[in-house]
Design a binder for this molecule. Structure first.
Ligand code: HEC
Ligand SMILES: [Cu+2]
Length: 338
């Protein structure tokens, strides 16, 4: 086990969820979402205005310094402009007032525009923060339409999606920089926000509020699908888990049910009902495991099951030292859960 954990630990560190192919990284200047684009525009406006103010003030200070070395200005020369309005009034009150007013109007306008979508949302997704992973729930018309997944949020492209954010433990913060600003997730409270991706693609996100040892390994991805793909994904995810199709997978299910996994995890359709860790009904349809820590491959699944505590020390998943045959059939079974 120690050898395995040495092999896995560095790759866990180096692989942010977005180091994997095709994901928009965590860059506050990258924007694709409707709210994210407006917020980035406001950010640039504030940066440009602030820089302009600093430049103008610096020039004025330098000019004043140069002139004061040439001759002593009389105090009344400063206050008496030729037009009658003293120019310190222009420079000190009127112009800064106009600049501040414009900034205020632009800021309030942006906040107002991103507060709520103009159309009614295409879907409502519940996102629940856990130390250190994201539970994602789509509550349909009945229990058979409820979708429970983790760390990957599928949304239809070009349509607003409402997010209801709660936490199971401490304060977290929902942050997918390319799509929208941060929204804190506070115990005992439901905060809402919304996202709308303009293009299909994968957008990286992370917890934006320090929440304990594995805060940096609490990543997520928003996957913007075409509306057709989104509906198909939703229908696939709502179905119970695939029945084991071969003896290895059947053995894997036996290991899952008898090794303690079922106490913490749910695979719908198997009788397991644990709620401590992510729902594994369709684990093979996710691109990463352990909240963006590792790519979802059979080898990484085995590594994670054996050495979860080496990969994500402090996480609620214990390392499970299973005999290698059991481990292999278990990982093979999990890989069939598309
Ligand atoms: C004591 C509770 C507990 C037990 C027992 C447990 N797990 Fe977990 N498991 C968790 C938690 C919590 C996480 C989320 C860890 C994280 O990402 O921080 C997790 C994560 C996982 C993941 C990654 C899921 C994802 O979507 O990222 C897999 C796969 C997994 N567990 C499989 C197993 C298997 C197989 C067993 C039995 C051998 C098992 N677990 C036993 C609590 C448990
Ligand atoms: Cu967090």
């Amino acid at each position: 086990m120690p050898r395995l954990s040495r092999r896995l630990a560095p790759s866990a560190g180096a692989l942010g969820s977005c180091a994997l192919a095709g994901c928009t990284p965590l860059n506050v200047l990258a924007h694709d979402g409707v709210t994210g684009s407006r917020e980035t525009g406001l950010g640039w406006f504030l940066v440009i205005v602030s820089c302009a103010v600093i430049c103008i003030i610096t020039i004025l200070v330098l000019v004043a310094y140069a002139r004061s070395r040439k001759r002593r200005t009389r105090d009344d020369a400063v206050f008496a402009g030729s037009s009658g309005v003293p120019w310190v009034m222009w420079g000190g009150v009127v112009i800064p007032g106009i600049v501040l007013l414009l900034t205020f109007i632009f800021t309030i306008g942006t906040l107002d525009a991103v507060a709520a979508p103009t159309r009614s949302p295409a879907a409502t997704v519940k996102v629940i923060g856990h130390q250190w992973w994201w539970e994602v729930r789509y509550e349909g018309t009945g229990p058979s339409h409820t979708v429970v997944t983790a760390n990957e949020i599928h949304v239809p492209v070009g349509q607003p999606v409402k997010l209801e954010l709660t936490t199971n433990d401490v304060i977290h913060s929902f942050w997918v920089p390319a799509l929208a600003g941060k929204t804190d997730i506070i115990p005992g409270q439901t905060n809402t926000t919304w996202i709308e991706a303009r293009h299909t693609g994968v957008f990286g996100g992370t917890c934006g509020e320090y929440c304990g040892a594995q805060h940096a390994h609490m990543q997520m991805r928003v996957i913007a699908d075409s509306p057709g793909d989104f509906q198909k994904w939703l229908a696939d995810e709502a179905a119970p888990a695939a029945k084991p199709a071969d003896p290895t997978a059947a053995d894997g299910l036996r290991v899952f049910m008898t090794s303690g996994c079922a106490n913490c995890h749910t695979i719908r359709g198997t009788g397991s009902g644990g709620g401590v860790g992510p729902d594994l009904t369709h684990i093979a349809s996710r691109t990463t495991i352990a909240a963006g820590t590792l790519p979802n491959t059979q080898a990484n699944l085995m590594g994670w099951i054996l050495a979860a505590q080496a990969i994500k020390p402090g996480s609620d998943m214990p390392s499970m030292p299973l005999p290698s045959r059991d481990l292999q059939s278990l990982a093979a079974y999990l890989e069939t859960l598309r």
